[in-house]
Each structure stands twice: as structure tokens, then as C-alpha cells.
Design a protein around this ligand. Sequence first.
Ligand code: 6PG
Length: 247
Amino acid sequence: MAAGDQRKVIPVADPAALAQIAADRVLARISANSGRVAICLTGGSSPTKLYRLLATDPYRSRIPWHRVHWFIGDERFVPASDPRNNMAMARRTFLDACAPAANVHPIATDTADPEQSAHAYERELKSFYGAENLDPARPLFEMVLLGVGPDGHIASLFPEYPAIKEATRWVVGVPEAHVEPFVPRVSLTLPALNSCREILFEIAGAEKRAILTRVFDGENLPASRARAMGETIWLVDQAALPEDFRG
Ligand code: 6PG
């Protein structure tokens, strides 16, 4: 697969339109591959509308649930019963109702510490991928969903933290968060997140406009370094859209 395309920004009206276009893209990515498909989900509040849509027709009945595997890009190191747990949110909103349990791949948080969870998840990803090293021509994920934090972080890769520089490991423990909730995290690294056919950002709300302006201006932030092997798509609603992108 060729090196990643330039970033593509798709302006949309509002969060409802954003979720619908995102759901269409998820479905298109799944349909384009007739085999086993891996999708990396995101936490935070941005994807909840999308997740609800996926559990609703026409999406629900068109997704071949038996051959889609759902991973998570980062986890807060809190029990699965805690409302702040990212995979628990995805389970509640769509996975428990739709996906076979064996196709849901959470990051365990009942281990001794985030490092141990990171090692276990890295092993799980490598076993799914069937290799110890990422092949630049063969993506780990069909699609990676991402949101952006107010400091420009993606997953739990915060600006200037060691995890953002990780070049070898696929998953790392992050002892301290840079933004709320202030709990330790476990995060996929840039090499793992970027090993995909498509990265799909979902960005909505006026509070995202300032950070988006910085990312689109080319500032060296984690979000600026997300680059899929295929397409890197930014779905941005009107409220979040920086001035330069307004029609
Ligand atoms: C997390 C996330 C994080 C999130 C962004 C955006 O665990 O918090 O995975 O990277 O996607 O902070 O969060 P919102 O969608 O809540 O704005």
C-alpha cells in the first residue's frame, strides 16, 4: 500500500450529520473487505452518536457482525464497571447488542498496572495480526476512529509525553493523564494507530475549534501525526470548523 494521502477535511452540518457520514464510512470499509475486518474504536464522548447508529437499522442489519472485530485505541485504567471505561461505553451503546462476544477486544484493566495491560493487549494484537512486526504494506486495522482532546492528544498519546515518541511497541502504559479524567491510561502507539487503511476523526462543537486550528496550521501535536496508510479523514461540524475552512 502506498504512503498515506494528504489529510482530507470533510465539513458537515452538525453532530447528527457527522455520525451518519461516519456510519456510512464504517459500513463502506467493512463492505470493501470480504474477510476478517479489524476496527479500532475510540473513547471520549465524540463517537456515542455513531455507536448508537451502528446498532440501528439500516446499519445494524447490513454489518456482517460475525467477521468484524472491535478493538479500542486507548483505555482509562478503571474497572470495566466504571462509567469512564471506554470499551464499556462502546459495549453499552452497541457492541453488547450486536457483536459476538469473541469479536470484542477490550483492554483489560483488572491487572496489576497499566504496563501489564499494555503488554497483554500488544500480545493480543500481534496474535490477531499474525506477526510480531507491522508490515508497512499490510494494515493492522481496516479503520481507526479518533477524537481530539483540547491539548491535541489522540487516544492517550499526550503532547510531549514519552508515549508519543514510542516507535517500537504497539501499546504502552501511560502513568498520568494530561487532561480529565486524571486516571492512568493504556494507549496504542502511533505506529499501531497509523497501521490502517483509514483514520476517521470525528470533531464536533465550538470548543474544538481552537485546537483544530492549531492542528490544521501544522503544529507538532499528536493529532497532527495521525497518518493512515490510506486515507486520513477529518469529519468536522460547522461549530468546530476553523475560519480558513468556512465556505
Ligand atoms: C479518551 C479518548 C481521547 C478522546 C479525546 C476526545 O479516553 O479520553 O480516547 O483520546 O478521544 O479526548 O474526547 P471527546 O470525544 O470526549 O471530546
